[in-house]
Design a protein around this ligand. Structure first.
Ligand code: NI
Length: 270
């Protein structure tokens, strides 16, 4: 199968669930920009049945290879990034996993129980990356409980396997050719930029600058009824050339660390 089909399906699910990201995509195209996708990201737990290596399988089978590994100590995360072996236009894939052993016994018990309830057929199928929440209807009480120890875990508990974000390649935009311009364009259009540690993560010297909107709120059907919580976000990345003239293709752990917080719960304005 062509890797493009994988991305088309992930994109279509992402914009269906998150109308706010489609609005941003449309804003850029209305400005005459061609939106190229720099990377997508998935989140999971380090359980052997659903860890990074399991989610990566479908990409490895479609021409991708492992290019980098990252550790996020304060968030208790480990991640790998993958790139297509030959097609330079193919988006990068970034997959992270939460290190469950670092959390309370109660927390681990909740997660392990949900993982054990996944239909085994799905675990060995290419469908896993599109499967969303694979366990039972989420409980808002459990979501709130997990959130106290890890916002990341609470997000995965509700949204499961899907693209957590797509990323506009600012490197390829014409008019909005800097992260500053992108951020002010988004703010003019009513979006909230994640400003934890500043609106721009990274520097030209580090060869990668990134920003992201805060996740939009969507209605989620919990056991207790419908609640609005933050879902997925859109990210923006500008890459620079290294001293050999090669565009930097990796990730900066220090920058990504704060971008993870784009899905954190926040008080909705208005
Ligand atoms: Ni990202």
């Amino acid at each position: 199968m062509d890797y493009k089909k994988v991305f088309e399906r992930l994109w279509s699910d992402y914009i269906d669930t998150n109308p706010h990201v489609k609005k941003i995509y449309d804003l850029f195209t209305a400005e005459g920009e061609v939106v190229i996708n720099d990377h997508i990201a998935f989140r999971t737990f380090n359980d052997a049945s659903i860890n990074v290596d399991v989610l990566a399988k479908v990409f490895l089978a479609n021409g991708y290879e492992h290019k980098g590994s990252y550790t996020f100590e304060s968030k208790h995360l480990f991640a790998k990034h993958y790139e297509h072996k030959t097609d330079l236009l193919a988006p990068r894939v970034f997959i992270s996993e939460l290190i469950l052993e670092n959390f309370s016994r109660d927390f681990q018990h909740v997660i392990k129980k949900e993982i054990a309830s996944i239909d085994k057929k799905l675990l060995f199928s290419d469908e896993l990356i599109y499967a969303g929440n694979l366990w039972n209807k989420p409980s808002f009480a459990v979501y709130e409980k997990l959130k106290k120890e890890s916002e990341y875990a609470a997000w995965v508990y509700v949204f499961g396997f899907r693209a957590n974000h797509f990323t506009v390649s600012v490197t390829d935009l014409k008019k909005y050719d800097s992260i500053e311009k992108v951020n002010s364009f988004l703010k003019q259009n009513g979006f909230i930029i994640n400003n934890i540690d500043g609106e721009i993560k990274g520097t030209p010297e580090e060869l990668l600058e990134q920003s992201s909107i805060k996740s939009g709120f969507i209605d989620v059907n919990f056991e207790e009824g419908v609640r609005e919580i933050p879902s997925c976000y859109y990210e923006f990345a500008k890459r620079y050339k290294d001293k050999d003239g090669k565009l930097y293709s990796g990730f900066i752990a220090k920058s990504a660390d704060k971008i993870f917080e784009s899905t954190d719960f926040y008080e909705k304005q208005g």
